[in-house]
Design a protein around this ligand. Structure first.
Ligand SMILES: CC(=O)C(=O)[C@H]1CNc2nc(N)[nH]c(=O)c2N1
Ligand SMILES: O=P(O)(O)OP(=O)(O)OP(=O)(O)O
Ligand SMILES: [Zn+2]
Length: 141
């Protein structure tokens, strides 16, 4: 029987430090491109993440997805790898020169979450600050 399709969103905050730096460029080029965000000792953010899944309401459970499962997914895919970490040094994905912009952090979170939410994952939105917001739905150009 056809079921209504809803989105559901879980919001979480993690604190992490980073430095915008591309190791393939010179120090001068990095300073010119990234400015204050390239300062040698890095800086931090309290990132706010909104994870949205989308799917039909299951007839038996009345759920799109169990919030307990979504909470577990956020813990495993976001909090464990990123909270209170230095993104450039502590996260394997960023150790080999991927610049820790919020664009790349958002894609990293999407890829991690796919392991737990499968085809229900609809969007990952990351607020680097209250004014700088990035969202990803899996599109590749
Ligand atoms: C502000 C900051 O602390 C940053 O790290 C900013 C600097 N600019 C910038 N631009 C983007 N397109 N994406 C970013 O993640 C970013 N971080
Ligand atoms: O540059 P920041 O880290 O202070 O973050 P912001 O949200 O870009 O601040 P603003 O745009 O007010 O400089
Ligand atoms: Zn920053």
């Amino acid at each position: 029987m056809k079921q209504p399709v809803l989105t559901m969103t879980r919001r979480e905050t993690f604190s992490a430090s980073h430095r915008l730096h591309n190791p393939t460029l010179s120090d001068e080029e990095n300073a010119r491109i990234f400015g204050k965000c390239n300062s040698p000792n890095g800086h931090g953010h309290n990132y706010v993440v909104e994870v949205t899944v989308k799917g039909p309401v299951d007839e038996k459970t009345g759920m799109v997805m169990d919030l307990v499962e979504l909470k577990k997914a956020v813990e495993e895919a976001i909090m464990k790898p990123l909270d209170h970490k230095n993104i450039d040094k502590d996260v394997e994905y960023f150790r080999n020169g991927v610049v820790s912009t919020t664009e790349n952090v958002t894609v990293f979170i999407w890829n991690q979450l796919k392991n737990y939410t499968k085809e229900l994952l609809h969007e990952v939105k990351v607020f680097e600050t209250e004014k700088n917001i990035f969202s990803y739905r899996g599109d590749i150009l």
